[in-house]
Design a protein around this ligand. Structure first.
Ligand code: AGP
Length: 613
């Protein structure tokens, strides 16, 4: 849950490192630091707070070193403080390390090292790593080129948990070593220089050529070279991946915040997700999937597993798979699925949704299903992300980089991709719902325009947000698919405005929660499914009677209009309606957060990629 950057080359390292960290702040931002090789010593500069605080550290501008490592932290062990910030050195000051992940057995390792006389100055799990490297390095009697590599590899054998580690050693100033297990790490290749980062966009302005490191692989970097080893220290070859992304796509494009930019990118993101998979004539195409009718007919259950917003997208996907393919589909939260001994076998298809592709619980849930013989399919936005490398099959949303912690375009593109995937399944299965599928295809192709249209509500949503931003509690209500989008609207509001909210199936209200409705409370109603709108309206009237202010998102003409605000959105097939109805809800959360003067893109206590349990 942290971001790491590294540089080895001929340019001043510190500005490159800080620039990279600024782009990785979505991974955590409670403290930051860099370590640079400086005239035969390792100079560490770090502090509590955001990456930009590094600029205030005296002497940071004077660092001339051209080799360095850097870190932006999201605390797991030990409070955010200067002492707990990375990089961490060993007791001798010869080794410096940054680490992303969690060392689960750090207490045992600390005890082992303490017995050997090592001292600890932070509350972190990370501090055991440089000290263990020092220990094994000095224990090794063979003083050859491989000595440091052997020490790092030996340390990895002791570590339990997840890690992406960068290490520099004072006496080898022209090299650095990196290793990963269950935490993201990429190497960017330049000319007589090499870069390291937790993700590709952070260093995309420096290079387009990347090596993707797999679990338990170690890389040794010099200015001119990168060598890769497996855990037995056998040399391995890795091919360079050319990443054809535009670095400016990751900038704000004139918007105040990444979140607003990403909300407005949705028409295009949806278009890109559909891509060439849905030709106007003929069957749906998935180049990367070669599912046969025989295989799909053998599936008796689909599991969709994910976290947070991605899980909410899964709830919409469930409806679509069940309706089009008639396959029993269950949705589960990854952190629950992985520990509840789910009933899965080789007749189960498990679909994992993850924007980042690095969510620890989702990856663990995928590994569990694989171990039980199920086939696994990953839906991700990040090419080469960990989840896509673990899964049997991977398909991408192609929504472009999502930087804001609150996920927006990832959600809409995930739902679109599941709809297209369900059509592909239904067509491969030769289901007899040809007319229904034909109509749904037309609806999917019309989505970019409908999302564009829905964005026109921005001003009116902002107006309503100004009226209610000081409230403490809100409710989100809907039935059927509208209930799934209520969950997403409520999550958006919580995470960026810090207002408590509950999402409920509208019909459940009178089984308890209606007791909380009192004069002045805001209730958001989502009313899009023509079959259920009347029923939901009755529930909304019940809260109005009890004094609630109502904010209604609908694609229907509502006659009896005693609502505070009605946002009319374009009509679309009910299976797809969340792709359109979520837009006003995203904007609602956004404007409330802005009214409250909060940091929309980096809400408190959250990080973009949850790479620890
Ligand atoms: C969404 O706004 C959240 N920040 C969060 O729920 C997110 O969707 C979740 O952590 C899953 O992330 P992933 O898609 O990268 O796996």
């Amino acid at each position: 849950m942290c971001g790491i950057v590294g540089y080895i080359g001929n340019q001043k390292a510190s500005p490159i490192l800080i620039n990279g960290l600024l782009r990785l702040e979505y991974r955590g931002y409670d403290s930051a630091g860099i370590a640079v090789m400086e005239s035969g010593e390792i100079s560490v500069m770090k502090d509590k707070g955001r990456v930009k605080n590094l600029y205030n550290i005296k002497g940071i501008d004077d660092l001339k070193g051209t080799v360095g490592i850097a870190h932006t932290r999201w605390a797991t062990h030990g409070v955010p403080s200067k002492e707990n910030s990375h990089p961490h050195k060993d007791n001798s000051g010869e080794f410096a390390v940054v680490h992303n992940g969690i060392i689960e057995n750090y207490s045992d390792l600390k005890e082992f090292l303490t017995d050997k006389g090592y001292k600890f100055y932070s509350q972190t799990d990370t501090e055991v790593i440089p000290n263990l490297v020092h220990y094994y390095y000095n224990k090794d009697e063979k003083d050859d080129e491989q000595r440091l590599l052997r020490a790092v590899s030996r340390v990895c054998k002791d570590l339990k948990g997840s890690y992406a580690i960068e290490l520099i050693y004072k006496n080898k100033p022209d090299m650095m070593i990196v290793v990963r297990k269950d935490s993201p790490l990429v190497i960017g290749k330049g000319y007589k220089e090499n870069y390291i980062s937790s993700d590709i966009p952070a260093i995309l302005s420096f290079t387009k050529e990347f090596y993707l490191i797999d679990d338990n692989e170690i890389a040794v970097l010099t200015r001119d070279n990168v060598e890769f080893y497996n855990s037995d220290l056998e040399k391995i070859e890795k091919k360079i991946e050319n990443i054809d992304w535009n670095a400016t796509a990751a900038e704000k494009d004139g918007f105040d915040d990444y979140m607003l930019k990403e909300i407005y990118e949705q028409p295009n993101a949806v278009r890109e997700t559909i891509g060439s998979r849905l030709p106007e004539e003929g069957v749906c195409i998935f180049d990367d999937l070669k599912f046969t009718k025989e295989y799909l007919s053998s599936i008796n259950k689909i599991y969709i597993v994910a976290c947070g917003t991605a899980m909410h997208a899964g709830l919409v996907g469930k409806n679509i798979f069940e309706k089009l393919c008639r396959i029993n589909t269950e949705v589960d939260v990854a952190s629950e699925f992985r520990y509840r001994d789910p009933i899965i076998d080789d007749k189960t298809l498990c679909i994992y949704i993850s924007q980042s592709g690095e969510t620890a619980d989702t990856i663990a849930a995928l590994k569990l299903a694989k171990s039980k013989g199920a086939k696994t399919l990953a839906i991700s936005n990040v090419i080469g992300s960990s989840i896509t490398r673990e899964a049997d099959y991977s398909i991408y949303t192609h929504a472009g980089p999502e930087i804001a912690v609150a996920s927006t375009k990832a959600y809409t593109s995930q739902v679109v991709l599941m709809a297209v995937l369900a059509i592909y399944f239904a067509e491969t299965l030769e289901q007899d719902n040809v007319a229904e599928i034909k109509e749904l295809k037309r609806d999917i192709l019309s989505l970019p325009g409908k999302v564009e249209n829905a964005l026109k509500c921005n001003k009116r949503v902002a107006e309503f947000a100004r009226k209610v931003f000081q409230e403490k509690d809100m409710f989100f209500l809907g039935r059927g698919v509208d209930q799934t989008v209520a969950l997403e609207g409520s999550l958006k509001l919580k995470e960026i405005s810090y207002i408590h909210s509950e999402a409920y199936a509208a019909g459940e209200l009178k089984h308890g929660p209606i007791a909380l409705i009192e004069k002045g409370i805001t209730v958001v109603g989502i009313l899009t499914d023509p079959k259920l709108v009347e029923k939901s309206i009755s529930n909304i009237q019940e809260v109005i009677t009890r004094g609630a202010k109502t904010f209604i998102v609908t694609n229907q003409e509502l006659l009896n209009n005693n609502f505070e605000m009605v946002i009319r959105i374009p009509e679309v097939n009910p299976l797809l309606s969340p792709i359109v109805s979520v837009i006003p809800l995203q904007l609602f959360a956004y404007h409330i957060s802005k009214e409250k003067g909060l940091d929309v893109d980096k809400p408190r206590n959250l990080a973009k990629s949850v790479t620890v349990e």
